[in-house]
Design a protein around this ligand. Structure first.
Ligand code: BES
Ligand code: ZN
Ligand code: ZN
Length: 498
């Protein structure tokens, strides 16, 4: 797919225009926002075959209107937000794919909007298009052959103000969505093809030419660095763990970095506290926190944000091997704190403990982590909102603003000293499971907090409900595959540290 801004349409196969439906009292008026199309379709407007209601798609084949073979009218209702514009992306894409059009002009100038929305609408629309262009079928033999034959779809956004700001917005939208798609692929890859070492190697390749420096620690180095949590989880697996460090320098060296940490559990069987078989295959997604912070860093670098940013991803499998950690075993994290592993399935917090210690040593402005950490967050919030935890009110505000700008849904969850108390150990400093009932996501967050140095603003995002299989909620997201949750929000958040 190639998206460009143009000042006039150029005989593309399909022309896409928009229709609004405005309500005044009982009176509903439909207007096609492209004046010439409006008069051309007066009969369809009169008999209400076109209403302009949001979600309506009316295609006219072989109309040959002003040199375009097909004409498509898409209803947008009475008001647009950047999220509804993002959702127009997949609507347009499926309409033109249905027409088998390979070039399309979109009457972007006709979208109802205030002037200040123009660039954010261009960005959102581009995101919607590129995000919905994602599919994971590289492992299907038939599809691989088909791909070679396919011609690239050309999309022209016809807008009078194809100025520098609009061009930047287009390129930002495309870059963001492409990095989300990159991270989705990492998540969708099955566990046998996305082991810790494959993940690390893929990332080393991906950062080439972006200005990001990558360092990959192997098992020996991880041992030397006293990462007892990561080693303890990895010891049951034949696959070696990796600790992935990505560094981007967009600001002066003296500026403290923004550090992202992501759970890179490439497959979670539960270990000796083994999970039930049903849906266990979904645990290939347990590395989405890692994949998504990698995506965020790639986007930050490609957008050349004037910020220093680092991503840390502890990567391992959680397997019930003969060497595996047993319930009751005690390990020591990098900062010297000890923990009893009373349930080997609560492993995410163990690998994150060392990564958060290391993040604290970097003396950052802020630490933000993303992890598919608990089933409890799925119970609490389902697959709409990502639950986040922070005790820092300034960071909370920044997160709310970032999510508002990205269009992703987040929900602030409680984290208190009560939750910390529930994580005290009997035979070690900490237990990896709560001594109390309920609040499983908050007690997990409280465990993580033990590894963040005092005074460093920190937020934890539990993406277990939103990292994959978000169903039909977002038309630009695969129903079953990885979503890339929080990449766009993390990029917005990084902007607030510029
Ligand atoms: N990776 C899982 C969390 C998870 C569960 C993500 C379901 C997505 C969907 C995590 O490692 C885990 O198993 N957590 C346990 C913790 C419990 C043993 C305290 C859980 O949530 O059940
Ligand atoms: Zn687990
Ligand atoms: Zn897990």
């Amino acid at each position: 797919m190639k998206i460009d801004l143009v000042k006039a349409s150029q005989g593309e196969t399909a022309l896409v225009v928009f229709a609004t439906s405005l309500k005044k009292g009982k009176q509903e008026t439909t207007k096609v926002t492209h004046a010439k199309v409006h008069s051309h379709l007066s009969a369809s407007l009169a008999d209400k075959s076109i209403t302009g209601k949001s979600g309506e798609v009316v295609s006219f084949r072989d109309t040959h209107f002003e040199g375009h073979r097909h004409l498509v009218v898409i209803g947008v209702g009475d008001k647009l937000t950047h999220e509804s514009v993002r959702q127009l992306g997949p609507t347009v894409l499926s309409a033109v794919q249905g027409l088998k059009a390979k070039s399309v002009a979109v009457d972007f100038a006709g979208l109802p909007k205030g002037k200040k929305d123009h660039t954010s609408f261009v960005q959102a629309f581009a995101e919607g298009l590129v995000l919905s262009d994602y599919s994971f079928d590289e492992l299907k033999s038939a599809k691989k052959k088909d791909d070679k034959k396919e011609e690239e779809l050309k999309i022209h956004l016809v807008t009078k103000s194809a100025d520098a700001a609009a061009k930047r917005a287009l390129s930002e939208g495309v870059t963001l969505a492409e990095t989300v798609n990159f991270s989705r692929r990492l998540g969708d890859m099955p566990g046998n093809l996305m082991t810790p070492s494959i993940l690390a190697n893929t990332v080393v390749q991906a950062v080439k030419g972006t200005g990001i420096k990558s360092s990959i620690w192997d098992k020996a180095r991880i041992k030397k660095e006293k990462m007892g949590g990561l080693l303890g989880v990895a010891q049951g697996s034949a696959q070696e763990p990796r600790f992935i460090i990505l560094e981007y320098k967009g600001a002066v060296a003296s500026k403290k970095p923004v550090v992202f940490v992501g759970k890179g559990l490439t497959f979670d069987t539960g270990g000796i506290s083994i999970k039930p078989s049903a849906a266990m295959e979904e645990m290939k997604y347990d590395m989405c926190g890692g994949a998504n912070v990698i995506g965020a860093l790639l986007a930050i670098a490609k957008l050349k944000l004037k910020v220093n940013a680092i991503a840390l991803v502890p990567a391992t499998e959680n397997m019930p091997g003969s060497q595996a950690t047993k319930p009751g075993d005690v390990h020591t994290a990098r900062n010297g704190k000890t923990f009893e592993v009373n349930n080997t399935d609560a492993e995410g917090r163990l690998i994150l403990s060392d990564a958060l210690c290391y993040a604290s040593e970097l003396k950052p402005q802020v630490i933000v982590d993303a992890a598919t950490l608990t089933g409890a967050i799925v119970v609490a919030l389902g697959n709409t909102h990502t639950g986040y935890f922070t005790r820092n009110s300034d960071l909370k505000k920044k997160i709310e603003n970032a999510a508002e700008a990205s269009g992703e849904w987040v929900w602030n969850m409680p984290l208190t000293d009560h939750h910390v108390k529930d994580m005290k150990g009997t035979f070690a400093d900490l237990s990896n499971i709560s001594s109390g009932k309920g609040a499983g996501s908050a007690t997990a967050a409280a465990f993580l907090e033990q590894f963040v140095d005092d005074g460093i603003p920190w937020a934890h995002f539990d993406i277990a409900g939103t990292a994959w299989a978000v169903g039909n909620r977002l038309p630009y997201c695969p129903k079953k595959g990885a979503s890339g949750a929080m990449i766009r929000t993390f990029v917005e958040l990084a902007k607030s540290y510029v």
